[in-house]
Design a protein. Structure first.
Length: 224
């Protein structure tokens, strides 16, 4: 495994290094470059600046990304099964038609990211990750354990959270029209102030006595 302690100067240099078998890259800086269709499978990236990069249809299977700046990256059509993202900034990234089955996201920032129904997500895991104001329409997170995920102000329309376990995290201000929450455990999740329509959408979810009292108080009931 080769380790590059300094940045490559051009995307072409990276392509050449990958073709020569390079697998471990440190402090690359390719902001706004086009790295589409590149085969990076099995590579590790640490402390890299890839903000605004196009990685459309790239092969990112079994890649490892640590402390990388990847805001506004276009991941459309990628294959990233088994990839691991740790402490990465992925704000406003786009993931149309991406395959991230079995991928993991830990301590990441996905604020404003676009993760929609056409994504392959089977077996993916998310932990300690911010998804504030993200667009996450129609995804299935059924039976997943969601470890401290901040969905504040996110668009979650049509998502399936049935039997999911929310270990902390927040749904404050999120839009969850047509979501399914039957048997979802929300007892440790911050719900924020809910409208009557939103509260109805949580039908079948498991909430705490404290949360139930808060909801009733919002609607003007006095909980004795």
């Amino acid at each position: 495994m080769s380790t590059l302690p300094i940045t490559c100067e051009t995307p072409g240099a990276l392509r050449a290094l990958v073709s020569e078998g390079g697998r471990h890259y440190v402090k690359l800086a390719f902001a706004d470059a086009d790295l589409s269709n590149l085969d990076l499978s099995g590579c590790t990236f640490e402390d890299c600046d890839l903000a605004g990069v196009a990685l459309r249809h790239a092969d990112l299977r079994e890649t490892h990304w640590q402390r990388c700046r990847m805001g506004h990256v276009r991941f459309d059509g990628i294959k990233a099964q088994g990839a691991a993202f740790t402490a990465c900034d992925l704000a406003n990234s786009e993931w149309r038609n991406a395959r991230i089955d079995g991928a993991s996201f830990s301590d990441c920032r996905l604020t404003g990211a676009q993760l929609n129904i056409d994504i392959g997500l089977i077996g993916a895991t998310f932990a300690q990750t911010r998804l504030v104001a993200a667009t996450i329409i129609g995804l299935s997170m059924r039976k997943m354990t969601l470890d401290h995920l901040d969905f504040s102000d996110a668009d979650l329309r049509g998502c399936d959270f049935r039997e999911a376990i929310f270990e902390g995290g927040s749904l404050r201000g999120a839009a969850f029209k047509d979501c399914r929450f039957k048997d979802a455990d929300l007892r440790n999740c911050e719900l924020g102030e809910l409208s009557l329509a939103q509260a109805t959408l949580l039908q079948g979810a498991i909430i705490s006595h404290e949360q139930a009292a808060q909801i009733m108080t919002t609607f003007g009931f006095v909980v004795a």
